[in-house]
Design a protein around this ligand. Structure first.
Ligand SMILES: NCc1[nH]cc(CCC(=O)O)c1CC(=O)O
Length: 311
């Protein structure tokens, strides 16, 4: 790391560049340093198969992490939901900035909401979690497996193609595309992916704690976000499920307590298992214990079979 600058690894998609830019600028301002963005092509950007078949293996993260371990870059910015739950020796998530809107968003033609879509309407998503919850709400819909970046997916909403797509609200907002949202999915009806809307700022565990970069990272870390996503990701780890599993979670602070909602559902829409609990103990350990407790209750009810189902 040369004096006054730090290198930040990012995927090359417009969303990745945008969110990395925000995060790097915030860290730089707090550290009194200037970020230099370095684009890294990842397996997830190159492969074209269905996302549901390669989820959970960190296809988006592995190349960025290799650059961190090689000390080619000082900081990697990941979408937390694309990051496998297993810790990587030599790396540490140094900061989780305040989370953007965690909800899923429906982007439909003609301003339609989910309930207003006509019988048999075609809705695009590549996520088994979204498919399971969509089918449970609207068994008549024709679900179409899509992938690609945000713009590509939005463009599928067109006459003769799809009536709607479901995307993360966070990505749309970061790209200034919230005008395309026709319904923000209430978490009461559709639970987001663990970590959705949060960014993980990862560094080498050898980064000196008293360095300006480490201080900049500490300044952008947000405790409520860390508690919420720690609980959410503990569920995923306990269920031994990846980011492509039909598992939805929503952790958040309510009146000073940490609340966690979890759903595990069959992608065919026929079975939905849902639980909610809270804790008034506000530590990362207690947050993880909350996630593990709910996961264990769901496992006792047979959720392991569902958690391993993909499309
Ligand atoms: N799996 C793709 C992915 N990974 C991160 C985001 C952006 C949302 C986020 O910040 O979690 C998206 C797009 C989407 O799900 O619509």
């Amino acid at each position: 790391m040369s004096e006054g600058t730090f290198k930040v690894g990012t995927r090359g998609s417009q969303l990745a560049m945008t969110q990395t830019g925000y995060a790097a600028d915030a860290v730089g301002a707090a550290a009194g340093m200037t970020p230099e963005l370095i684009t890294v092509r990842t397996e997830g950007d190159v492969l074209t198969g269905p996302l549901s078949q390669m989820g959970g293996t960190g296809v988006f993260a592995t190349a960025l992490r290799a650059r961190l371990l090689d000390r080619d870059v000082d900081l990697a910015v990941h979408s937390l939901k694309d990051l496998p739950t297993a810790a990587v020796p030599g790396l540490v998530i140094a900061a989780l900035p305040e989370r953007e809107d965690p909800r899923d968003a429906l982007c439909a033609r003609d301003g339609l909401t989910l309930d207003e879509l006509p019988q048999g309407a075609a809705v695009g998503t590549g996520s088994p979690r979204r498919v399971a919850q969509l089918r449970a709400l609207r068994p008549d819909l024709k679900i179409v497996d899509i992938r690609g970046n945000v713009g590509t997916r939005l463009n599928r909403v067109a006459p003769g193609d799809l009536d709607a797509v479901v995307l993360a609200a966070s990505g749309l907002k970061r790209l200034g595309l919230e005008g395309r949202v026709t319904e923000y999915m209430d978490p009461e009806r559709m639970l987001p992916a663990p970590g959705q809307g949060a960014l993980a700022l990862e560094v080498s565990s050898e980064l000196a704690e008293d360095s300006p970069l480490a201080r900049g990272l500490a300044a952008v870390d947000d405790l409520p976000t860390r508690l919420a996503v720690s609980a959410e990701r503990a569920v995923l780890a306990r269920l031994e499920a990846g980011c492509a599993a039909p598992v939805g979670t929503y952790g958040r602070m309510v009146d000073g307590d940490l609340h966690l909602d979890v759903v595990v559902a069959n992608p065919d829409g026929t079975e939905v298992m849902r639980r909610s609990e809270a804790t008034d103990e506000l530590s990362v350990e207690a947050a993880k214990a909350l996630g593990v407790r709910i996961a264990d209750e769901l496992l006792a009810d047979g959720a392991d079979r569902l958690a391993r189902l993909t499309l």
